[in-house]
Design a protein around this ligand. Sequence first.
Ligand SMILES: O=C(CO)[C@@H](O)[C@H](O)CF
Length: 533
Amino acid sequence: MGTQDRHFLGVDLSTQQLKAAIVNDNLEVLHEASVLFDTDLPEFRSQGGAIVDKYDSQNITAPVMMWVKAFDILMDRMIVTGADFSKIAAVSGTAQQHGSVYWQRGSEETLKKLDPSQFLHEQLAHSFSVTNSPIWMDSSTTKQCKELEEAVGGPEELAKITGSRAYERFTGSQIAKIFQTRPDAYKNTERVSLVSSFVTSLFLGQIAPIDISDGSGMNLMDIRTKTWHQPLLDACAPGLKEKLGEPVPSYTDIGPISNYFAERYHFLPKCRVIAGTGDNPASLVGMRLSDGWIAVSLGTSDTAFLWLAEPKLVLDGHVLCNPIDKDAYMALLCFKNGSLTRERIRNTCTEGNWDIFNQLLESTPRGNFGNMGLYYDVQEILPFLKGDFRYNKTQKVNKFSSLEVEVRACVEGQFIAKRAYAEDFGLKVGKGTKILATGGASQNKAILQVLADVLNSPVYVQEAANSAMLGAAYQAKHGLLPEVSYSEIISVLPEPQKVCDPYSDAEEIYAPMTERYRQIIKELLAEQNCKGK
Ligand SMILES: O=C(CO)[C@@H](O)[C@H](O)CF
């Protein structure tokens, strides 16, 4: 296959949808398709792609068969766009981080012998020992988190080894909870995948390895040796190492595409499958981050991340292995209450109209007359709080005086939190720093202006907002051509475009608001700890 008609496929299994893009050798997007879980697969009754347990709102999962069925639909939708899979030289995947898939004993044999004349969902319906996969929105594993930290001597020790203290959404505590509460399901589990390696397993026709970047979001892997830390595996469940398999660098060529995809969709048998990775590492691949840049992904969860040459010990935030250079790292800050919270405020203040939301946002001054709001629909990660908290210039209040104050308080509050944790993480915001925004809300200029003001830095966007999905497609080329450097591979991409600069008064407004935010959080966490006692 000549380079001019060498295409690459990237598939992104995110929280709300499964989407795919095909790019040509110049990384130009040729075809895209998506499957929205809630509306295209209503029989699973997901909301935002997730199922919240009606008896325990901290217990949040997603039906794995919803993801499998979405695959069948996605491939057919790609065909409708005119995709020619025979030109695909390599495919890779990305997915929401931390979620886990539990393959039933014997399912790898099923994967190897899939019948091309049938849908995936018809053949994999009995391949999962856990039918509802725990996902990153879950926060029901505080007990298991404590056990993990105790296993190695405390949160700092755990952060030193794995890059993070224990977090409820991380896969280690989720596996431990399944072993403790559903021992038979765990016993019947042949292999455990992350959602990203679940995606590549389908293409590979066998259980694919976990990559080191997504794997470092499990509280199980030593980020320096890139190997599982046995005392942590033992603290979760017996025989876990065999179920996880060995982690691999994120650009590893893990084998040829399965016969199923070759025969059913006419991929060439020589099409290669490249290891998948998590959505945030894939976004780093999809964006051209270098020193002085901070990436902010505004999606279901909001995240901020940047490239690190060396790991840094933090207790609020994460250090992951780098998806591009296996000897480098990346810093990650994750906020659960992202776009779904912005949409909730939009719905309550504007009956669901983004144009009115933006008008209200732009009708209020920077600093919002001293009002601050913190809105946590689901248990937040940073900080570990849930509920709405509103403050006027001097004190806590139950509600704000106007809709426009509420709208600005939501957006400013989300970005002030990012600034506070980013600065605590050692990131430098302000002069010389540039922000690269991605994710759905990065197409909203009014929101980006607030981001620029709060972080006192210019905001850039790149052509496509789907940086994770495109990152997977770029990773497919990066993995296929190990002799070509990553920077050379993405050198064909257009430079990010500047969208807005901060106003000159931004720093004098938001530096003190960031300090006030820190004080408020300290008081709220102290209050919560007292209630918990
Ligand atoms: O938990 C997260 C990162 O730590 C989220 O960004 C998920 O990856 C979103 F899918």
